[in-house]
Design a protein around this ligand. Structure first.
Ligand code: 1HN
Length: 343
């Protein structure tokens, strides 16, 4: 063959062929390359924009009125941490957000307002601050607001993962609203107890059958835990929302948790390979992420990327801090890629 080496590289590239020896280092870094960066969004800074668009943009035009919280390192895929997304949605009294469904799993964690509900697969699920509502993949869902004042919530979806696998489907319902076919809140009423499950229901899905994990139940669980309980050195009194059929995560791709950091809590440092998105339900504190201090206040959202070292601090002497969080830990574990290190 009569080519120079430069020509060989060029000609191979033109045939969509690479040469591994030039890429080993970037394809196989000694440790995960952190494309996602530690980041923080202050709720107080975003709220006026939510209200602006609630006024400036009709729900019919928007379909969903959502501010996307995009990690500066993940602009291409509109992700918040690798594989996961967070957004803040607003709906006004009298509005209806069109029924649709998609392959991506979704949930909502309610931030403020009252009187709204979502319909998921024929069941109306009413929303209150602190509630966790599930919309597993390919379930029809549409939102309504029959109360007063704006209603806002955190949307969590796994669409960056679904899109990265080229497995996303999306469909609009033929009508604005799907038909309601069961009593309001039925799934939660039947399943929230967890240790007594309806035995007549045959299908035991990898998705939790619970439409709403109400704040009232979460609070009951925290109240039942003594103030001097050990908790985790890293995460304090941390509870995982579970699928009553399996005891595992609420959906196959997402683990949702809630944690209480008692006044003066200073967590041990840890890193693991599950990218995590956190939301301060109440209180304020500091999380040190790879040496960067993230000071968060009530309702803020921040992220701990995969393999970033983190350390939670509640410096208040009198007030609890409560963090809701979600991560792609179930995916990472299922693929045998979970690693953690206490530092
Ligand atoms: C979606 O369907 C909702 O149903 C919210 O409220 C946010 C972000 C991306 C794709 C679909 C919703 C979404 C979304």
């Amino acid at each position: 063959m009569t080519v120079t080496t430069d020509e060989a590289y060029e000609q191979l590239a033109a045939q969509s062929v690479g040469t591994l020896w030039r890429h080993l280092g970037d394809l196989f870094p000694a440790e995960p390359t952190k494309r996602a960066v530690p980041f923080h969004w202050a709720y107080r800074a975003l709220r006026p924009y939510m209200l602006h668009f609630a006024d400036a943009l009709s729900i019919e035009e928007a379909q969903r009125r959502v501010l996307m919280l995009i990690n500066p390192g993940l602009q291409q895929e509109s992700a918040t941490v690798t594989g996961l997304y967070a957004g803040i949605q607003i709906i006004l009294p009298g509005e209806q957000a069109q029924a649709h469904r998609h392959s991506a799993n979704a949930f909502r964690f309610i931030i403020e307002g009252s009187g709204a509900y979502t319909t998921v697969s024929g069941e109306r699920v009413h929303m209150h601050p602190g509630d966790l509502l599930l919309t597993p993949g390919w379930h029809w869902h549409d939102h309504y607001h029959e109360g007063e004042g704006p209603m806002m919530w955190l949307d969590g979806l796994d669409f960056p993962l679904v899109n990265s696998l080229d497995t996303q489907f999306f469909e609009l319902h033929s009508e604005t609203a799907q038909k309601v076919s069961v009593p309001d809140g039925l799934s939660s009423a039947q399943f929230i107890h967890g240790r007594l499950n309806p035995a007549w229901i045959g299908e035991r899905s990898a998705n939790s059958p619970i439409g709403n994990y109400p704040w009232a139940e979460t609070k009951r669980a925290f109240d039942a835990i003594a103030d001097n309980a050990d908790g985790s050195d890293v995460d304090g009194m941390v509870l995982e929302y579970t699928n009553p059929w399996t005891g595992g995560p609420v959906m196959p791709t997402v683990s949702c948790r809630i944690q209480r950091l008692v006044p003066g809590f200073r967590g041990a440092a840890r890193r693991h390979t599950a990218g995590t998105i956190l939301h301060a339900v109440r209180g304020e504190g500091t999380t040190i992420v790879d040496g960067q201090e993230i000071t968060w206040g009530e309702k803020d959202i921040f992220v701990v990327p995969s393999w970033a070292t983190y350390e939670h601090v509640n410096s208040s002497k009198s007030e609890d801090a409560v963090l809701f969080s979600y991560s792609n830990e179930p995916v990472v574990r299922a693929l045998g890629l979970y690693r953690e290190e206490l530092l």
